[in-house]
Ligand binder design. Structure first.
Ligand SMILES: Cc1ncc(C[n+]2csc(CCOP(=O)(O)OP(=O)(O)O)c2C)c(N)n1
Length: 284
């Protein structure tokens, strides 16, 4: 497939994920829209092209792994995995309801395709790093991708894992930083700034660092991942400069962490995302 054709397919996949993420959270009426929408394009690139996974065998030992250390973005993963064929889309509409397999934060014991349980910020970075080391020791030819939030990077545990990953030369590990500039309590720079920047911190810990100027652009993300996969001897951090709430009419303007819009606002947002999907398809 030509690259242009591939990018078009990834843009369409991202637009579909955006619609289904909204419908998933909308089935509950409230939730983590902001941090789910900011990573849509990165998830589209991973599951639409880069990662080797088998929806019929989610625990295939040689699969690539994806860990949402920012586990509150679970709905984006649920929509992505449903579109990839791990389970029917309708099932995601039970989000966070009693006896659901789709809790607000990702849980590997409940949802097919979820590789590690997360939700307590910082921990997913450590467990993903452990998984990468385990895979390396086992001689597996696979890769672990982990997403951390820029607010999450306040957790000391992120940096313990970063130091560990560099020490063990985990070139089978790529960490995406969802640099959407906002966390729960407000702007990252107001709550706890990152000094010279999160990328500079990973660099200081011995990682290869790639800055993606537009972290909601599938081609820029795709190119960064391809570059990361060529780097040997060190893990790579890809800083995605994203927009919190991207594409959600009620959440993007404020960059809110969680949202509980009115039914009319849900309808408006889903209609806008569906219109965007149609426009992306028409641009073929
Ligand atoms: C250890 C821990 N402390 C606090 C929380 C509550 N919490 C959930 S999300 C969040 C903000 C995270 O911000 P960021 O990493 O920027 O993610 P984004 O909202 O942009 O997706 C907080 C404080 C948590 N889940 N775990």
């Amino acid at each position: 497939m030509q690259k242009a054709e591939k990018m078009q397919a990834l843009r369409e996949f991202a637009a579909e994920i955006r619609v289904e993420t909204l419908k998933t959270i909308g089935s509950l009426g409230f939730g983590h829209v902001g941090g789910s929408m900011s990573i849509v394009e990165a998830m589209a690139v991973l599951y639409g092209d880069v990662m080797k996974v088998d929806p019929k065998n989610p625990r295939w030992e040689d699969r690539d792994w994806c860990v949402l250390s920012k586990g509150h973005a679970g709905p984006c993963a649920y929509a992505t995995l449903a579109l990839k064929g791990f389970y029917p889309l309708e099932e995601t509409r039970t989000l966070n309801k009693p006896s659901t397999n789709f809790p607000s934060h990702t849980d590997r014991t409940k949802t097919p395709g979820v590789d590690l349980t997360t939700g307590s910020l910082g921990q997913g970075m450590s467990t993903a790093t452990g998984a990468a080391l385990g895979n390396k020791i086992d001689g597996r030819d696979n890769h672990v991708y982990v997403f951390v939030g820029d607010g999450e990077c306040d957790e000391g545990q992120v940096w313990e894992a970063a130091q560990f990953a560099a020490h063990y030369k985990l070139d089978n590990l790529t960490c995406f930083v969802d640099n959407n500039k906002n966390q729960l309590d407000g702007p990252v720079d107001t709550v706890m700034s990152h000094g010279k920047g999160i990328g500079a911190k990973f660099d200081a810990f011995g990682w290869n660092v790639i800055d993606v100027a537009d972290g909601n652009d599938v081609e820029q993300i795709y190119d960064a991942v391809q570059e990361a996969l060529t780097v040997k001897g060190v893990p790579t951090c890809i800083v995605l400069n994203t927009i919190k709430g991207k594409g959600a009419t009620f959440a993007e303007p404020s960059g809110a962490h969680s949202s509980q819009p009115s039914p009319e606002q849900w309808e408006e947002a889903i209609a806008a995302a569906e219109a965007e999907l149609a426009a992306v398809k028409a641009a073929k």
